[in-house]
Ligand binder design. Sequence first.
Ligand code: C2E
Ligand code: C2E
Length: 174
Amino acid sequence: EERMIYLGYHDDLTGLYNRYYYEEMIIKLDRKDKFPLSIIIADSNCLKMVNDTFGHEEGDRVIQIIADILQDNTREGDVVARWGGDEFGILLPNTSFKSANKIVERIRLSCREWNKGLITPSIALGVATKTDSNQCLKKIINIAENRMYNDKLKNKRSIDNSLILSLERSLLSR
Ligand code: C2E
Ligand code: C2E
């Protein structure tokens, strides 16, 4: 029975919590007045490229690496969940916007420092914080999503730019 409960709340590939658990917890924390409640939304920038160039097995590995990075940089009581695909959500009860941003910076640093394989994991991150019970949770989630999306666009530009630079270099050296 314990195994069944585990499977119901966890994601197979990463061992993180699943979307179902995440959604139950966000409602629970919201009701319990765990404010400030910060939400981090994370999304891989490179999964599609990795899947297309190296295959799905390597893609799964990227998801696992990202899961480890998120888990290693948060506390036991924080909820780190994989929503499916390359989307992750983190719930940080009793954590201010300022503190949540520190955690985001820690996650970014861990990605940059990752050098155990061919691939450097790249994650887009967005944070928003519900500071009191009057604020609408849906709006807060929306803000986090928009910030993640903006971060993704920024990353995309810098990935594109570095591609252009290396193309230029190879043209010049001919
Ligand atoms: P800090 O790293 O500058 O973190 C400041 C505050 O951000 C923490 O205050 C806490 O409220 C929040 N915070 C930081 N990381 C997390 C996290 O992963 N999850 C959640 N939910 N909140 C987080 P706090 O608790 O008073 O800690 C003060 C300082 O103590 C931290 O400053 C850090 O220097 C140290 N510290 C506390 N726990 C740990 C830990 O597990 N590992 C390390 N390396 N340092 C820790
Ligand atoms: P944990 O609370 O589950 O935190 C796991 C990891 O998240 C920490 O590993 C650290 O990398 C990151 N982390 C969590 N909170 C903070 C923070 O406030 N600031 C920073 N910079 N990083 C944070 P770490 O440091 O190896 O610690 C392993 C475990 O040791 C922690 O697990 C916690 O149980 C305990 N621990 C370490 N430092 C402190 C502390 O200052 N206060 C308390 N109460 N526990 C601590």
